[in-house]
Write a protein that binds this ligand. Structure first.
Ligand SMILES: *Cc1c(COP(=O)(O)O)cnc(C)c1O
Length: 459
């Protein structure tokens, strides 16, 4: 498979470049030049596969000659053996909807599903190349932990994680900062997640710096993450499928990575009906999808911090798609967003969005009320992000069976759970010890030069 940048469709890249670079040199996102499409018959073959076997089938066409089928198979088995569930994820019924629990990995959020695989992709790549690289990544709380767990202790790679100081939950922070491996560095930036994300983007765009430190990225724009995430859409679809009822996915959304992975699954043939883009009060995507105004506002702090985002990076991939793969039009739109903080989506394009996407927004009280209602009625504790996905179904008009993605374990957000239902959300036994371990992180100003300096001194 060949890839192009959303900002230049005339140069082709292989999976290896796409994976290692993360972001294209022109600032665009990598997308496949063209896509295969599974037939009804192919889908029938996928239907009864175990998660790992299904992952091998779905991921293989995307990676080309990056590794052999046999190596991929070993890496997938290894990556998914660290999950607490045999089939990586678990589908449970809560009321009239199915809830897909994606948080049974080492750091208790869906990001483990992609990140464990990426960690082993890096190890494979670096082992064959004899190269040393530095991963730099911004996190709103969960990506960082998942990336650290996947990279810690691996050879020839360091990881630098930027998180917004005091804006992630203590459990989220401890999952990142209590490790003892020497190749892990935590930077607590005095700013928001968008600030962290911008800092990383600027480091990438500074070619001299990026080349000097051999910088690589695992943010949600990394294509390898998208393909790993599309697997669970297939897996859960087949579990819910019954006599031609349409199937919808409700996806708690921040950076538009997870829901884009579902959209990719649909593009390669999985007949999903609608995606419900479920946002918190940082509702730029809800405003974009419901009335066409993608206007950047200030980031609000909410009880679902992993979705406290105003710039949904992966949205560029959708913009590219909706503009008939025109790099010129994508560049124009992105320039407008960067300079004016605005993108008014034309009616025609908005109609195209509506074919696949619905959206909703929840304020702080609605999130707490949803957690409370679900707990009282069904004796299940949802984390605030998953509650936003769960409640979104009641706010949109959609027919069929609904699958809600549960993106994090409730114990990552104990304050919100306490407030909603007055119970203590306990960590799984194997993780309780992190609560008392010493933390390791440095607080640094939101200042590009200082952060570059910090990184240079440590590699
Ligand atoms: C990252 C994250 C999200 C948002 O996912 P995107 O791919 O950024 O849209 C939702 N819930 C949780 C718990 C997360 O960690």
């Amino acid at each position: 498979m060949n890839y192009i940048s959303t900002r230049n469709s005339s140069i082709s890249f292989k999976f290896e470049d796409v994976f290692i670079k993360g972001l294209a040199d022109d600032g665009g996102l990598f997308v496949p030049k063209s896509l295969h499409k599974y037939s009804q018959k192919d889908l029938l073959e996928f239907k009864n596969l175990e998660y790992k076997e299904l992952a091998k089938k779905i991921i293989h066409p995307f990676i080309g000659d990056f590794m052999s089928k046999n190596d991929l198979s070993k890496i997938i088995d290894k990556s998914y053996s660290v999950f607490r569930k045999q089939n990586v994820v678990e589908l449970v019924k809560i009321g009239d909807r199915s809830v897909l629990e994606l948080f049974h990995g080492p750091t208790l959020a869906f990001k483990d599903v992609a990140m464990q695989l990426l960690g082993n992709f890096y190890a494979y790549y670096l082992n064959n190349k004899n190269e040393k690289i530095n991963i730099v990544v911004a996190t709103s709380g969960d990506t960082g932990a998942a990336a650290i767990d996947a990279i810690k202790g691996k050879e020839n790679v360091n990881i630098f994680v930027l998180h917004p100081n005091n804006r992630i939950s203590p459990v989220q922070r401890k999952l990142m900062t209590t490790g003892k491996e020497k190749n892990v560095f935590n930077i607590s930036v005095e700013g928001s997640f968008d600030d962290c994300q911008n800092l990383v983007k600027e480091m990438f765009t500074d070619k001299t710096f990026a080349n000097e430190i051999k910088m690589s990225g695992v943010n949600s724009i990394n294509w390898a993450r998208i393909i790993a995430q599309s697997v669970y859409y297939f897996y859960s679809y087949f579990l819910v499928e019954d006599n031609n009822e349409p199937i919808n996915f409700s996806v708690p959304t921040g950076n538009f990575g997870d829901v884009y992975a579902g959209y990719l699954a649909k593009k390669i043939g999985l007949p999903i009906n609608k995606f419900i883009v479920a946002t918190n009060q940082n509702d730029i995507l809800h405003r974009a999808i419901s009335n066409g105004s993608y206007n950047v506002e200030n980031v609000l702090e909410t009880n679902s911090p992993s979705m406290d985002i105003q710039i949904a990076s992966n949205f560029e991939r959708l913009i590219f798609d909706l503009n008939d793969h025109s790099d010129k039009k994508t560049i124009d739109v992105m320039k407008n967003i960067k300079e004016k903080g605005k993108y008014e989506i034309q009616k025609e394009i908005l109609n195209k969005i509506g074919i696949n996407f619905l959206s909703s927004k929840m304020d702080e009280n609605e999130v707490l009320t949803t957690i409370k209602t679900v707990y009282e009625k069904f004796d299940k504790v949802l984390d605030p992000h998953s509650a936003i996905g769960y409640g979104a179904i009641d706010k949109v008009n959609v027919k069929g069976n609904n699958i809600v993605l549960a993106t994090a374990h409730p114990c990552k957000f104990p304050d919100a759970i306490k407030k909603a239902i007055n119970i203590k959300a306990e960590l799984p036994d194997e993780l309780v010890s992190i609560l008392n371990e010493k933390e390791n992180y440095d607080i640094i100003e939101n200042d590009l030069i200082k952060i570059k300096q910090y990184i240079k001194e440590r590699i």
